[in-house]
Design a protein around this ligand. Structure first.
Ligand code: NDP
Length: 253
C-alpha cells in the first residue's frame, strides 16, 4: 500500500480528460470534483441531491474550470436501464470516459450485528457495491475508448481489516476491494483501463462525524488536504498501476 500525500500535480495534469465523480455534492467527492476541475478536467458530477451538485457546478465555474455536467442519480433506486441511459448520454456528449472516482457511500449503522436491520444492510450494499458495479459495467465501453482511463474505488480501513460493529459498511468495502482485484485482472493487458482502490483515511466530513460523534473534527485532515493521492491516481503519473491499494494519508499515530 502506498500514499502520495506529497505528490505535486502539474497544473494541467487532467487537461482534456472527462472524469466522473460519484457523490460529488459533498465531502470528499465535492473536494475531488473541484480539484480535478482545477487541474483541467471536464467533470461529470453525479449524486442524489441536485441542489448540492448545482452548488459544486457553480464553484467549478467560478474557479474557471471547464464547464461541468450534472448527473442526478440515487444508487438506491437506480436500475440497469438508468446506467445504460447514462452511458448513451455520455457517449453522445463525450464519446469516451477517462476516469471514474467511485466515491458515493453510505455508512449505515454502527451496531452489533445481532441488531443489524436487514433492510439497511441491503441499502448499504446497494449504494456502496451493487450500484457502482453495474454502473461500471455500463460505462466500460466508454472507458475502453480512452487512451488512459483510471477507475478509482473508495475503500476504508474497515474494508481491509474487519472491525466489530461496522457491519454492512465494512463488508461493502471488502467487496469493493475484491471487485477491484477482479476487474483489474480482467482488464490488464487488454485495455488502457486501470482499476485501483483508495482509502481516504480519517477525513473531516459529515460521514466521519456520524461515525465518530465524540471526535474533535479539528484533529482531522480536511478533504482538500488529502487530494494529492486522488490526483496522482487519476492522472497519467500512475500509469501502469492496476489492482493495487492506496491510502490518501498516512495512518493516524
Ligand atoms: P459524505 O457523507 O460527506 O459524502 C457521501 C456522498 O455520497 C454524498 O455526496 C452523498 O450525497 C453521496 N451519496 C450517499 N448516498 C448516495 C446514493 N444513494 N446515491 C448517490 N449518492 C449518494 O462522506 P465522505 O465524503 O466522508 O465519504 C466519501 C467516501 O469516502 C465514501 O465512500 C466513504 O465510505 C469513504 N470514506 C470516508 C472516510 C472519512 O473519514 N470521511 C474514511 C474512509 C472512507 P448527498 O450529499 O446528496 O447525501
Amino acid at each position: 500500500m502506498s500514499c502520495k500525500i506529497d505528490y505535486q500535480a502539474p497544473a494541467d495534469l487532467l487537461a482534456g480528460r472527462v472524469i466522473l465523480v460519484t457523490g460529488a455534492g459533498d465531502g470528499i467527492g465535492r473536494a475531488a470534483a473541484r480539484c480535478y476541475a482545477r487541474h483541467g478536467a471536464t467533470m461529470i458530477l453525479l449524486g442524489r441531491t441536485t441542489a448540492k451538485l448545482e452548488a459544486v457546478y457553480d464553484e467549478i465555474e467560478a474557479e474557471g474550470g471547464p464547464q461541468p455536467a450534472i448527473f442526478p442519480l440515487n444508487f438506491e433506486g437506480a436500475t440497469l436501464k438508468d446506467y445504460q441511459d447514462m452511458a448513451a448520454t455520455l457517449d453522445k456528449e463525450f464519446a469516451r470516459l477517462d476516469g471514474i472516482l467511485h466515491n458515493a457511500g453510505l455508512l449505515g449503522r454502527i451496531t452489533p450485528f445481532e441488531q443489524y436491520d436487514p433492510e439497511l444492510w441491503e441499502q448499504v450494499m446497494q449504494v456502496n457495491v451493487n450500484g457502482p458495479v453495474w454502473m461500471t459495467q455500463a460505462l466500460l465501453p466508454l472507458l475502453k475508448a480512452s487512451e488512459d482511463a483510471s477507475v478509482i474505488f473508495t475503500s476504508s480501513g474497515v474494508g481491509r481489516k474487519g472491525r466489530a460493529f461496522w457491519g454492512a459498511y465494512s463488508v461493502s468495502k471488502f467487496a469493493t476491494e475484491g471487485f477491484v482485484q477482479v476487474l483489474a485482472d480482467e482488464l490488464e493487458n487488454l485495455s488502457a483501463v486501470r482499476v485501483n482502490s483508495l482509502n481516504p483515511g480519517a477525513t473531516r466530513t459529515r460521514m466521519r462525524q456520524e461515525a465518530f460523534p465524540g471526535e474533535d473534527p479539528a484533529t482531522l485532515r480536511s478533504a482538500d488536504e488529502i487530494m494529492p493521492t486522488y490526483l496522482w491516481l487519476m492522472g497519467a503519473d500512475s500509469r501502469g498501476h492496476t489492482g493495487e491499494r492506496f491510502d490518501a494519508q498516512p495512518p493516524r499515530g
